[in-house]
Design a protein around this ligand. Sequence first.
Ligand code: IMP
Length: 435
Amino acid sequence: MPTLAIIGAQWGDEGKGKITDYLAEDADLVVRFQGGNNAGHTIKTGGEVFKLHLLPSGILHNGRLSVIGNGVVVNFADLVEEMEQLTSAGYCMDGLRISDRAHLVMNYHKRQDAAEEAYRGAKTVGTTKKGIGPAYQDKVARNGFRVGDIFEEELFMERTRYNLRLKKDLFKIMPDAGTCECTDETFRKKMEDWRSRFGKYVCDTSVLINDAIDGGKNILFEGAQGVMLDTDHGTYPYVTSSNTVAGGICAGAGVAPNKIEKVLGCLKAYTTRVGDGPFVTELHGENGKYLMEKGGEYGTTTGRGRRCGWLDLVAAEHSARLCGFTSLAIMKLDVLGGYRKINVCTGYKIDGHIVDRFPASIAKLQRAEPVYEEMDGWDDLGSAEKMAKKGFDALPENMRSYIRFIEDRLRIPADIISIGPGRSETIDRRKDWWS
Ligand code: IMP
């Protein structure tokens, strides 16, 4: 039963795309289980850079089964674009499978997302405006469309009429949303188009995945965003609308908890977050800008500059506990090269008390001051590829101390060390991921 999950341990953008692509090489199935095309996984392969949003990273390994699970919300119009971009680069879509239970993101969800943000005034969440929140709202409110519904035209049309009426009323109080007019004919045409484009990929993916598990295949679960953006466990309300924790796999892929064997936590050597919300270790002004430029910290989906700061082990411990990480992949260590001193946050000072557990209260987080451990830095690495070939022991001594500090604190081995965006700039200390 070789199953392995890759989960972001921070606020997303930890480099999960690179690691998923790396481990997908030996996977038989790669499965997305939550989120939608708010995600952006940048993968550098064969000298080319790809930005995947909805398609599982396995799609870059031609023929690999790449599953969009039931917990994902799917925007068909955007998926068409993503698929066309890859097919024109020579990749084939034969391995794609889409759950008949996954929910659809409609055009009105996108407009609702933008309008809700405008309605919030100064208290925005800073969403990607891809309609993800509204699509999940409709799912929970039992108004959503599921992928399998496109084969049931009359049921779909009945729900369409109801939803359009509902949105029309809602949009009256949200002037930025525009109107919600659409004829039956337009929707019928849309459905026909979706059936002809996607029909062949749609199936019960829970059955597919579980059969593959029972057959001893290698299954990789590809998390999107990060634990700190989880609806329940993240910095609510500054979160995404799905369960990004490892437990999200059970509901979002239709897999029992005892079938999830290994959980790899992806942890960037420093912290970033896009959008609004508390960020205790944030570096402001020139210091933050320096890290943003050095790390190329711009959103894959929105192009927004990411807020940057020091590594926060209080948040990382929260993630590790929630997900049961069995290994860590420490990412972008090369970016910290050149700092004389590096800070790592090991506690928060809140109202005069030192705490080492991540608090639920946003107000407390906003008052929290980071408690830092100062560590010695290391020089810029030069050729990361050569360094990676030489292995862990050839890394600068202070970088190794930094890694050991994280391992000791979290009590999890750092099995992957990433010192550059390419596959060859990776040190894999485990290698036998599927045994
Ligand atoms: P939404 O998922 O578009 O609703 O956005 C909610 C919050 O999650 C915002 O702060 C976004 O910036 C953040 N977010 C969503 N997807 C990602 C991602 O893939 N990486 C990092 N942040 C994300």
